[in-house]
Design a protein. Structure first.
Length: 204
């Protein structure tokens, strides 16, 4: 049996923090795991900027509600899920994800959690578990599932490397250059063909 693990931001929806940085006029929030591989370092940077500017959860969620999936993402995910099992493995937060999951037709999501004060200020975050994407792949493989992982950033590499097979989708050039052995896709049609070829070939 097959399981496809997909990153969320950059693969199915725009990067939330980049979108919010553009809408809020706070360019320091544009950094993502494409820029800073250390997730805690990145989040501490973000939390410090939010405190500095007095930005709370409500302001970010207001922007997220207006984010649409990347063009073609819904059709790609629907076609994939019609043929095999798929789950979103993301470093986003449950407080961010609701509107996006609704627009993606409610796929299964494994993600993290923000710590929010009574006044709506974001005080910290709680990981589902350290290196959660890799552990998700390990868990699925322990259930005798053949796992394919797709991502675009540094924080996806351990998931991709732990899976039975994996590929990059629209990654920055730096990651492509550093990992030349990984297949790279730039459109959903080619990615879907890659994913379903293995699904079909492994069916009894």
């Amino acid at each position: 049996m097959e399981m496809v693990c997909l990153d969320l931001e950059g693969v199915l929806v725009p990067e939330i923090w980049i979108t919010f940085a553009e809408k809020s006029g706070v360019p320091e929030l544009r950094l993502t795991t494409r820029d800073i591989p250390d997730y805690d370092q990145l989040m501490q940077h973000r939390l410090g900027i939010l405190r500095k500017h007095g930005i709370g959860l409500a302001a970010i969620r207001d922007v997220i509600r207006r984010i649409e999936p990347l063009p073609g993402a819904v059709g790609f995910l629907d076609a994939l899920r019609a043929e095999t099992q798929a789950v979103i493995c993301s470093d986003t937060f449950i407080q961010f994800a609701g509107p996006l999951m609704e627009k993606l037709n409610r796929p299964v999501l494994l993600c993290n959690e923000l710590l929010v004060d009574a006044d709506g200020a974001i005080s910290g975050y709680r990981l589902r578990q350290p290196d959660g994407k890799r552990h998700a792949v390990l868990a699925f493989r322990s259930l005798n599932l053949h796992v394919t992982a797709i991502g675009d950033s540094y924080n996806d590499l351990s998931m991709i490397r732990t899976a039975d097979r994996g590929a990059l989708f629209r990654p920055p050039a730096r990651i492509t250059e550093e990992h030349p052995d990984l297949p790279v896709f730039h459109d959903y049609e080619a990615l879907l063909s890659y994913l379903l070829l293995t699904v079909v070939s492994r069916r009894p």
